[in-house]
Design a protein around this ligand. Structure first.
Ligand SMILES: Nc1ncnc2c1ncn2[C@@H]1O[C@H](COP(=O)(O)OP(=O)(O)OP(=O)(O)O)[C@@H](O)[C@H]1O
Ligand SMILES: [Mg+2]
Length: 264
């Protein structure tokens, strides 16, 4: 690979620079800095309520920092115009904690939704092309046989997979996953983790995963941002996590070992 290609491959796509955010004088993020390079998978790990979803909302411009800056695709989010924000929300798609599928639409129509939106906007795909793209995406998440089903007939894990297929349909540059494995059993959590990893390998998409699931973090992360008490307690490659001296990181690592021993 040439040097210039290398630089492009490692340039940050998402960047938090000394970001602080409080709600009613209650600090949620304090001096948070990290970056997600193009093609990289970063996991934001931390306890419930620590500010993980708040972090994601800053990336899409739904929240603005009180101090510091958030950059996406080279531009500061709080300086973007409404039109630029709409564009960024197409280029960076979010798989919501709840899945947020349209209940009255079939699985196939849920996945087709972003494609139809785009077809209207840029006169893009015709109906045949939309259907074959939907088939391709459902095959990718291993749900081809569910195309005509309604979300109500799916398990939580399957709904997550459909939500992932729908997020991919928009052909984003980056994908954000908010707690992809909460509320599902450990086996389904493993399946979803495998799926996210497979998609990352196949598509090379820049990915940010928010979770409190240490096993998922280990499975997926190139690098981990560990949030605790509003601050970054650890930021680095997974291989360095086990040698971190931060008490909360040690607790997470040890708890994970205990639950692993119980399970095996
Ligand atoms: N719009 C808002 N207004 C006021 N407080 C908020 C707002 N959004 C989030 N908070 C507060 O910020 C803190 C962090 O919330 P956040 O949803 O980011 O947590 P989280 O890490 O995603 O937790 P969980 O794992 O439970 O999803 C919480 O105390 C929450 O009550
Ligand atoms: Mg959350």
């Amino acid at each position: 690979m040439s040097e210039s290609n290398n630089t492009a491959a490692t340039a940050p796509y998402i960047e938090f620079v000394h970001v602080s955010k409080a709600f009613d004088d209650q600090p949620v993020l304090v001096d948070v800095s990290f970056e997600v390079r193009r093609g990289e998978m970063v996991v934001v790990l931390g306890r419930s309520g620590v500010g993980k979803s708040v972090t994601l909302k800053h990336i899409l411009g739904f929240l603005q920092p009180d101090e510091g800056q958030v950059f996406v695709a080279g531009k500061e989010v709080s300086r973007m115009t409404e039109r630029e924000l709409v564009d960024i929300r197409r280029r960076v798609t979010m798989v919501f904690q709840s899945g947020a599928l349209f209940d009255s639409l079939t699985v196939g129509e849920n996945v087709a939704y972003p494609l139809r939106e785009r077809a209207t906007r840029d006169l893009g795909l015709d109906e045949d092309a939309i259907q074959s793209r939907v088939d391709e995406l459902l095959a990718r998440v291993e749900l081809s046989e569910m195309k005509e089903s309604l979300p109500a007939d799916l398990s939580t894990g399957m709904k997550r997979a459909v939500a992932i297929a729908r997020a991919l349909a928009a052909e984003p540059e980056a994908i954000l996953y908010d707690e992809p494995t909460t509320m599902v059993d450990p086996l389904m959590a493993q399946t979803i983790g495998d799926l996210i990893l497979k998609l990352k390998r196949e598509t090379g998409l820049t990915s940010l995963v928010v979770t409190h699931d240490m096993r998922l973090a280990r499975k997926l992360a190139d690098r981990i941002v560990f949030l605790e008490d509003s601050r970054v307690a650890f930021y680095g490659p997974v291989s360095e996590l086990d040698s971190s001296q931060e008490p909360i990181v040690r607790d997470f690592v040890q708890l994970d070992e205990v639950s692993f021993l119980k399970r095996s």
